[in-house]
Design a protein around this ligand. Sequence first.
Ligand code: PAF
Length: 289
Amino acid sequence: MSPDSLPRSMLITADIAGLRRRVAAARHAGQLIGCVPTMGALHAGHVSLMQQARTECDFVIATLFVNPKQFGPQEDLQKYPRPFEVDCDKCREAGVDLLFHPDIRAMYPAEFATFVAVDGLTANWEGVIRPTHFRGVTTVVAKLLNLTQPDKAYFGQKDFQQQAIIRRMCRDLDMPTEIVTCPTVRDPDGLALSSRNVYLSPTERASGLSLHRALCLARDKVQAGETNLEVIRLVMRAEMEQTPGVFVDYATIADPDSLVELSDPQPRMVALVAARVGPTRLIDNLLIP
Ligand code: PAF
């Protein structure tokens, strides 16, 4: 066995001081540090982020923390899946060097009082339906980036608005981390992987495919020369609404940087959709062209 094919040992720690020591050692050794923040319930999408970090960095940290501050009062914090042992195995197999799995009280002591909030980009789409979600995300990501001090941090395109907001936060706050957005990983039939897909019954899962169909229709219409984006939005919405059990939250075409809805076509656009399928909310997106 060559040294490269030997399984790596992965350190699992909940200890902030221990994490900081290990990060300082990696820095001191001149290693490029990559971080993949997650809430666990890992699927192939998360694994692809870790694999990309592994190919680009010397020291790969994954964080696993179900962040209560990004769940609304009616959301699924209590039932959010937490298969810790399975997640550890997936991180190990993906080549993670350190898994940081902090305790809630270490992240949010009783006297915790500081939030990081990005204006503008959070005003639309998910921000309307989940008004406190993004300030929870940016607060925890700012904390995790402060703790892990990575050169690069990896997020999925699946959460398109999230990655745009985190990128904005890092620029605005002069955080030195490069934000890397990795492609959405899909099941062969097109359903975007999400930790919440486990909630879907087989019938709901079949209905959930309408989100990807709507996005593909939008891309095809643009590529066929349709320039009326309102027509395309209606086509997307109709595709989802005609599917039993699907209740559309939004279907739009927006600028990929500002996330402002577009009236006229431009070279770079993103189609964004969100819908409720049974009790589960699904989101998806596609860059056009
Ligand atoms: O995308 C997620 O899993 C979470 O929003 C993140 C970025 C790990 C913050 O809790």
